[in-house]
Design a protein around this ligand. Sequence first.
Ligand code: 1PZ
Length: 215
Amino acid sequence: ITSETAARRCLREVLGAFRGCVTERREVLLEPYLRGWRGLIRFLHSLGAVFSFISRDAEAKVQLMEGYCRGERRERYVSLQAMVQYELASGVVDPHKRSGRADSGCRTVLRLHRALCWLQLFLEGLRTAGEDSRPSAICTDSYNASLAAFHPWVIRKAATVAFCALPPRGAFLEAMNVGSAEDAVAVLGEALPYIRDVYGITQELFAEHRLLDLP
Ligand code: 1PZ
C-alpha cells in the first residue's frame, strides 16, 4: 500500500479509537486508547525520520501498556479506572513517594496523557489558524504551553529543532490524506471533542488520586 493510504488509515484509526474509548459509565478503555496512540505514532512516522526519537519514546510506552493489557493481570488493565485502582491498592504506585517504579501503568499513561494535552492544543491550533499560519510555529507554541514543562532542556531543544521540519500548513493537511484542506480541517473538528473528553476524564481521575506528579 502507498504511504498516503497508510496515513489515511492511521487517522481513521485514531478517530475511531478515541471515539470508542469512553464507556457509558465514563470509563476510559485502555485497548482503544492504545490503538489511538498506535495510529498517532504511525502518522508521525509518515512525517519523516526527524521525529523518530519522539515516536520511539511513545512507541516504548504504548508497548509497555500493551504488555499489561495482554498479561496475567489483564482484567486490571481493561480501563484507566481499573488500572489506577489496582496499582494503588497493590502498592505499584504510591502518590506520597518521591521515587517510584518506572514501569508502572499509571506513570506511563501519565506521560501519554500529558502528550495528549499537547495534541489537543496543536490540532485545535491547526484547525483554527489562518491559511498562512505555520504548523511548526503552532507546534512550538502548543509544546511550550504544555509538555515542555515536564521535559529537561536537552529534550526541549531537540523537540524544538525537530518541529522546524514540519511541512507548511497545506502540505501538512494534505499529508493527513483525508481529502482537501477543508476536509482535513473538518476531520480535526470531528476528532477533537473525543480527544478532549478522554483527556478530561483522565485528568480528573489522576487528580482525584494525586497521581499527576508521578516520577
Ligand atoms: C507533529 C509533530 C510531532 C511533535 C510531537 C510533540 C511532542 C514532543 C515530545 C518530545 C519527546 C521526546 C522524547 C522523549 C521524552 C521522554 O523523556 C518523555 C518523558 O518520559 P520519561 O522519560 O519520564 O519516561 N516522554 C514523553 O513526554 C512522551 C512523549 C510522547 C510524544 C508523542 C507524540 C505523538 C505525536 C503525534 C503526532 C500527530
